[in-house]
Design a protein around this ligand. Structure first.
Ligand code: AMP
Length: 598
C-alpha cells in the first residue's frame, strides 16, 4: 500500500462522525492491508509506532517539527510559523507546502520504517539527526502523507479512533462479525499489544485469540475495582470477602524473567527506570525466576514508617531525581496479586488461591522493599466496617474487598474487586475521574489566566466515546490553572472531536487525553450534559464539582469513570437518602476547602 492511500483512508476516517461507519471504514482498511502492513497500520491508527510499553515514539516537539517542515520544503521558519498561526496544525502546514510537489511513491512500509528509525535516534546530536531524517521523510511523502507523518511525529492523529473501535473493526474484518469483538478484547486484555492481537485475529482466528496467555515483558491490562456505598452492600453482593487495605500510591505490574525485571504502570508504560530499588528487590525476593505480580508502590519515610502522598510518589517521573529519591524516600511495593509464573497462568485461578500463591512466591522480611499486602477474610458487614475504620485510622485511603472465588479480571472493572473509600464531606463517597474535552476562557480574574472552567466527560466503552458530565470551575490554584491550560493547549483542536458527545460548546475543544480527579456533592439529572442521555431523557451531571487532583497522569482517558458508573452512583445515592440530601453552597465550600489527608 502506498502511504498516500493510507493517508487518504485516514482523511476519510477523520471526517467520519458515525461510529458504525467508522468501524466499517477501519475494517475495510484492515482488509485491504497486506499481512505485514496490518500491524504497523494498527499502531499508526493510534498515532503510535509500537505498543505503549515499548516507548518507541517519535514524540517531537512543535519546534523541531516546524524546523523539519521548513527544511523539507525549502521555506523560511517565518513562513512556517505564519502558516501555523493560521491553521494551528503543522500537519496541515506540511500538506499545504507539499502540494506543489510530485506525487509520492512512498509505501506504508517505507514511511513506517523511516518513522521507526527517527524514533530510535538517541545520544549526542540526536536533535539535528531527527530533524534531518524527518525533513527527508516529509519531502518524499506527498501532501496527504506529509500530514499523516507530521501528526504521527507529534503523537496526535485526531481520528477519534480508540482501541475499542479498532477491536470491533478487526472483529468484523478478520472474524466476519463485529459481535465477535469480545474474543479480541479477551486477548488484548491479557496481552496489551493491539497490533499483535489484530494480526493474531487474521492469522489464527478465534482459536488463536482464545489461547492467548500472559507473556513476560508485555503488560496484562490491569483489573479495576468497582465501588459500592457501604460494607453492608459489599457483603450483600460479594458474600464472604478478602479485605485488604487500599494504598494510595502508584500501581505497578512487575515482570521478571531471570535477571531481567520490568515495571509497568497502570497505563501500560514501561516505568522500570523509575524504581531501581524494586527491580533489585524483585531479583532477590521473588522465588520463581519467571513471574508477573501486581502491587501498589508507596513512598514511605523509613524513619517514621509514615506513607507519603501520591503526588510525592509521582515526582519520580523526573529522571534526574530518581537516585536521590530512592535513597531519601524509598518505595515499598505492597504486592496484592500474582498473575503468572513460568509454571502456571494464574489469571483464571480463584483469588484466594492466587493470594496464597503470592505469599509462597515472595521471600518476605519485615524491611524488604516488596511486602505482601495483608488480607483478612471477612463474612460480616459489621466486621468489614470495623476493618475499614481501622484502615482509615492508619491513614490509608480505604479498603478493597475481593471476591474469594473470582478469577483475575484483566482489563475489566468488575465486582470481583470493590473499593470502599474514606467518606468525604460529600454525599458522594468517592471521587470521579473525568476526561477533559474542552475549557472555557473564564471571566473576571480568571480571564487573565485564559482559563476559567473545564468541560469534563466520562467514558462510554460501548460507543468508544466521551460524554460530558460536568463543567468544573473550582479546586485549583492560579498556578495550577495555568499549568493545566498549557497541558490542554497541547491537545487543542479546532472543532469537537468525533469521539466527544456534547451539547455544550466550550471556548476551546481538546482531544480526550487528560484525566482529572473530581469531587462532587451529588449527581443530578441535567438537560445540558450527554452522560446517560438517550432519546428525550435528560443526562446526568455532577453537582458542585471541584478538582481534587490534576492531572491524574497515571490514568488514560479510557481509565476514566465510565458512563455506567455514574448511573450506578446516581442510583446508590438515591438509596441512601440522608447522605444524598443536597447541601447549601456554604456547607460545601467549607467541606471542600480541606481535603482529608491522603
Ligand atoms: P481507583 O484508582 O480508585 O479505581 O482504585 C483502584 C486502585 O487502587 C488500583 O488500581 C490500585 O492501584 C489501588 N490499590 C491499592 N491497594 C489495593 C489493593 N489492596 N488491591 C487492589 N488495588 C489496590
Amino acid at each position: 500500500m502506498k502511504l498516500h492511500e493510507l493517508a487518504d483512508a485516514f482523511e476519510h476516517l477523520e471526517g467520519t462522525r458515525s461510529r458504525v461507519a467508522l468501524v466499517e471504514r477501519v475494517a475495510a482498511l484492515l482488509r485491504r492491508a497486506t499481512a505485514t502492513e496490518r500491524t504497523p497500520i494498527v499502531y499508526l491508527l493510534q498515532a503510535r509506532l509500537r505498543p505503549p510499553f515499548e516507548q518507541t515514539e517519535v514524540a517531537v516537539g512543535e519546534k523541531l517539527l516546524a524546523q523539519a517542515v521548513a527544511r523539507a520544503y525549502h521555506v523560511s521558519h517565518a513562513r512556517v510559523a505564519q502558516r501555523l498561526a493560521r491553521s494551528g496544525d503543522l500537519g496541515l502546514v506540511a500538506a499545504e507546502l507539499a502540494a506543489a510537489r510530485l506525487a509520492s511513491r512512498l509505501t506504508v512500509h517505507q514511511a513506517y520504517d523511516a518513522l521507526l528509525a527517527i524514533a530510535r535516534v538517541s545520544g549526542t546530536g540526536s536533535v539535528e539527526r531527527k530533524t534531518s531524517l524527518l525533513a527527508s521523510l516529509l519531502s518524499r511523502a506527498g501532501p496527504a502523507g506529509a500530514k499523516l507523518v507530521a501528526r504521527v511525529a507529534q503523537g496526535r492523529l485526531r481520528l477519534g479512533v480508540g482501541d475499542q473501535t479498532i477491536l470491533e473493526a478487526a472483529a468484523l474484518a478478520a472474524l466476519g462479525d463485529r459481535s465477535k469483538k469480545p474474543l479480541l478484547e479477551h486477548a488484548y486484555n491479557v496481552r496489551s499489544d493491539l497490533g499483535t492481537v489484530v494480526d493474531l485475529a487474521f492469522t489464527k482466528g478465534a482459536a488463536g485469540l482464545a489461547g492467548v496467555g500472559p507473556e513476560v515483558g508485555i503488560p496484562v491490562r490491569p483489573a479495576l475495582a468497582q465501588r459500592l456505598p457501604s460494607a453492608e452492600a459489599i457483603i450483600a453482593r460479594l458474600g464472604e470477602v478478602q479485605a485488604e487495605p487500599k494504598y494510595d500510591g502508584f500501581r505497578l505490574q512487575i515482570h521478571r524473567r531471570g535477571s531481567r525485571v520490568w515495571a509497568f504502570s497502570r497505563r501500560l508504560e514501561d516505568v522500570t527506570s523509575m524504581f531501581p530499588e524494586l527491580v533489585a528487590a524483585a531479583r532477590r525476593q521473588l522465588v520463581p525466576r519467571t513471574a508477573i505480580l501486581e502491587g501498589e508502590a508507596v513512598v514511605y519515610n523509613p524513619e517514621t514508617g509514615e506513607f507519603l502522598p501520591f503526588q510525592i510518589t509521582m515526582t519520580r517521573k523526573r529522571k534526574t531525581r530518581i537516585a536521590e529519591a530512592a535513597e531519601r524516600t524509598p518505595v515499598r511495593l505492597f504486592a496484592f496479586d500474582l498473575l503468572y509464573t513460568g509454571r502456571r497462568n494464574y489469571l483464571p485461578v480463584a483469588q484466594a488461591t492466587r493470594t496464597h500463591a503470592l505469599r509462597a512466591a515472595l521471600r518476605a522480611s519485615p524491611d524488604a522493599p516488596i511486602a505482601v499486602t495483608e488480607a483478612r477474610v471477612i463474612a460480616r458487614p459489621r466486621e468489614l466496617q470495623t476493618y475499614f475504620d481501622e484502615m482509615i485510622e492508619r491513614g490509608l485511603e480505604g479498603i478493597v474487598a475481593k471476591r474469594l472465588d473470582a478469577p483475575y479480571q484483566a482489563g475489566a472493572r468488575g465486582y470481583a474487586w470493590v473499593k470502599l473509600k474514606r467518606a468525604y464531606q460529600s454525599a458522594l463517597r468517592d471521587t470521579v475521574d473525568v476526561v477533559l474535552v474542552g475549557y472555557f476562557r473564564g471571566r473576571g480574574k480568571r480571564a487573565a489566566l485564559g482559563i476559567g472552567s473545564l468541560l469534563g466527560a466520562v467514558y462510554d466503552p460501548r460507543g468508544d466515546r466521551y460524554r460530558t458530565v460536568a463543567k468544573i470551575g473550582s479546586g485549583l490554584s492560579d498556578r495550577a490553572w495555568t499549568s493545566l491550560r498549557t497541558l490542554l493547549d497541547a491537545h487543542a483542536v479546532p472543532e469537537r472531536p468525533v469521539n466527544v458527545d456534547a451539547l455544550i460548546t466550550p471556548d476551546v475543544w481538546v482531544e480526550p487525553a487528560i484525566v482529572v480527579e473530581v469531587l462532587a456533592d451529588e449527581i443530578t439529572r441535567s438537560p445540558f450534559h450527554t452522560c446517560g442521555r438517550h432519546d428525550d431523557e435528560p443526562g446526568y451531571a455532577l453537582r458542585f464539582p471541584r478538582v481534587v487532583n490534576a492531572p491524574r497522569s497515571d490514568k488514560a482517558p479510557t481509565d476514566a469513570t465510565t458512563e455506567r458508573e455514574i448511573l450506578t452512583l446516581y442510583r446508590q445515592q438515591r438509596r441512601t437518602p440522608t447522605e444524598a440530601r443536597p447541601r447549601s453552597r456554604n456547607t460545601r465550600a467549607r467541606g471542600t476547602a480541606k481535603r482529608a489527608p491522603r
